[in-house]
Each structure stands twice: as structure tokens, then as C-alpha cells.
Design a protein around this ligand. Structure first.
Ligand code: ZN
Length: 104
């Protein structure tokens, strides 16, 4: 996977996501086949929430707890959350929403 860097934002920022970076590039998110993007915690959390079987790692100079903060944040973020569309399928909801909806 090739990730191009949008002007002024980290490589994990999706081109359609209008939000600015929050902090420096400190984590890396990998997809199921090993493609990935280094990014700020904000954009890598949004990226992780949009992937099936994604993983997050702290980069060597990351502050303590960066990867777990991204992991926890992604749990409550809907996939491709910058899209304004009906959210009716489980694949369109956050992990937290799916756990609440399908709790047994
Ligand atoms: Zn960013």
C-alpha cells in the first residue's frame, strides 16, 4: 500500500477526512496484509477504526501509552467516520456500538 502525504498532515490522514493532525507522528497502523501508515494519534485511531483486523504500534520515540490510547480511541470510532451516511449495518458502527447492540 502506498500512502501519500497530504499537505500539512500526517500520512495516516485520509484524503476525504478534513480534520487536522493532533500531535506529532508517533504511531503506525498496519492492515491485515502489512500495509500501513505512520501517523498522529488522531488520524491513526480513525484509520484503525476503518480497517478490518488492523494493528497499531508505537514508533520508537512515541510517548508512553500512545498505541493503547489509539487502540482505545478506535474502539469508539465508526469506520470512515468523516462520511455522513446512514449507519445501519454492523460494519458501519464502532466496536463499542456493536458490543452494546449485540450483547447477549
Ligand atoms: Zn494526523
Amino acid at each position: 500500500m502506498v500512502v501519500t502525504r497530504a499537505a500539512g498532515r500526517c500520512p495516516a490522514a485520509h484524503p476525504d477526512d478534513p480534520t487536522p493532525c493532533v500531535g506529532p507522528v508517533v504511531v503506525s497502523v498496519l492492515d491485515a496484509v502489512g500495509g500501513g501508515a505512520n501517523g498522529c494519534e488522531h488520524h491513526d485511531a480513525r484509520l484503525l477504526a476503518s480497517l478490518d483486523q488492523g494493528r497499531v504500534y508505537a514508533l520508537p520515540d512515541a510517548p508512553q501509552g500512545a498505541a493503547i490510547r489509539v487502540f482505545k480511541a478506535a474502539d469508539g470510532i465508526r469506520p470512515f467516520c468523516w462520511l455522513d451516511a446512514p449507519r445501519t449495518e454492523s460494519s458501519q458502527l464502532s466496536h463499542i456500538e456493536n458490543r452494546a447492540r449485540y450483547r447477549r
